[in-house]
Design a protein around this ligand. Structure first.
Ligand SMILES: [Zn+2]
Length: 411
């Protein structure tokens, strides 16, 4: 893009809150949305644009304008749970790998992600945190990383999923204290099993230090879940996967998620982790407490074949990643674009109704204020989204269009 003072994006806007789309001009200044000028209809766009130009000229500013054409203007996606992509994984603890992974997800519309670790030795988690911190400070794409999601190692031996059981540990508040002291503000979500020893004090510490406490990979009973909500658990990862299921005499973790509005939850909409009726049930009961995540591993964006996750061998067939050992699903190969498409297709939702689950809702869950909506004061993280093809055509991160021809660098 040319270096103008003001960037104007005109077209049909779906703002991420779920209302009917409308025509208008999104005005971007200094990396943020300064104004959204509504037009009475598509025909009103030229005059809306003219008013933006007039206002800018009066302030002595240049305007660079683009028309979204047949694409919709939508907020960038927010992914709270992503381990890897394009051959790289957060646990590789490699800033260059992080760049590769983030460019891959950015290309598919994710402008905010929470880099997710796995059950591993403390030293390996230390290294992963260090690498994310370094990447955030040193790369122009670092602004797409809103923090770290620690998934494990304080989880259940009964529901490890694709987490490496060799490194499962009782909950250790002192590890979390050390990590939050060393990297202030970096850790945004801690996923643990509330029934594990030491969970209460770890959850209480997390919450009082601004970390969202989430349950996952857990065998907690319904009663333990009720206690955990009292300790401060407010989120749950990949609903129905890796947790004690619903039983009519023991409602389990799934029953607690469905019943308690305090708990938000995640859906992996790849058509394999959940039957469409199950995800639809969860969405209809939980409403705006449901977000889409990818739970993507390094095979996202890669051809089928052998891969790995958290030190375990994985094989990917037809885009489905499974452990070589017991065949457990091993994360997904989703992107947020595909997850949103899955929600629209499997639940029969139009774009504007599916969109909040990929934007404003996850931003709210993790407290990423100023992300996930198209409104004045919000970050200029915008996508031009082709509604026919369910595909992201262009990506703006912090007011800059991303040039994918140059491997995902910011111009
Ligand atoms: Zn998981």
């Amino acid at each position: 893009m040319s270096r103008s003072d003001v960037y104007a994006v005109a077209g049909k806007i779906a703002d991420g809150l779920g209302g009917e789309p409308y025509y208008g001009v999104v005005v971007v200044e200094d990396g943020a949305i300064s104004e959204v000028v509504r037009a009475p209809g598509e025909d009103g766009l030229p005059s809306a644009l003219a008013s933006v130009r007039e206002k800018a000229a009066a302030a002595g500013k240049m305007v660079d304008a683009v028309h979204a054409g047949t694409s919709a203007i939508v907020p960038g996606f927010v992914d709270l749970h992503v381990h890897g992509g394009a051959g790289a994984d957060v646990m590789d603890a490699d800033p260059q790998g992080l760049r590769t992974m983030i460019a891959h997800h950015l290309r598919h519309g994710t402008t905010s992600l929470v880099a997710t670790t796995m059950t591993a030795s403390k030293e390996d988690i230390d290294r992963a945190l260090e690498a994310v911190e370094t990447f955030r400070r040193s790369s122009p794409l670092g602004r797409a990383v809103i923090g770290v999601h620690l998934e494990g190692p304080f989880i259940s031996h009964k529901y490890p999923g694709a987490q490496n059981p060799a490194h499962i540990s009782p909950a250790r508040r002192e590890w979390l204290e050390e990590w939050t002291a060393r990297h202030p503000g970096l850790i945004r979500i801690l996923t643990l099993a509330p029934e594990t020893e030491g969970a209460e004090e770890t959850i209480r510490y997390a919450v009082s230090n601004g970390v969202v406490a989430a349950c996952g990979h857990t065998d907690a009973t319904y009663d333990i879940m009720k206690q955990a909500i009292g300790w401060g658990v407010t989120h749950s990862v990949h609903c129905c996967n890796g947790m004690r299921p619903f039983h009519h005499r023991e409602p389990g973790v799934v029953g607690a998620i469905l019943l308690h509005p305090e708990l938000s939850t995640e859906l992996i909409m790849d058509g394999h982790h959940l039957h469409p009726a199950s995800s639809n049930l969860v969405r209809q009961v939980k409403g705006d407490r449901v977000c889409l995540v990818t739970d993507a591993m390094r095979a996202s964006g890669m051809p089928d074949g052998d891969s790995s996750l958290g030190g375990l061998e994985v094989v990917v067939r037809d885009g489905v990643a499974r452990l070589k050992g017991d065949g457990s699903l091993a994360g997904s190969t989703l992107t947020m674009q595909a997850a949103l498409s899955g929600l629209m297709t499997q639940h029969g939702l139009p774009l504007h109704r599916a969109l909040p689950h990929a934007t404003s809702i996850p931003a709210g869950i993790v407290g990423a204020n100023g992300k996930g909506r198209i409104a004045a004061g919000f970050a200029a993280d915008l996508l031009l989204f082709d509604e026919e093809a369910h595909a992201v055509r262009n990506v703006m991160l912090g007011g800059e269009w991303i040039d994918f021809q140059n491997g995902g660098t910011v111009e």
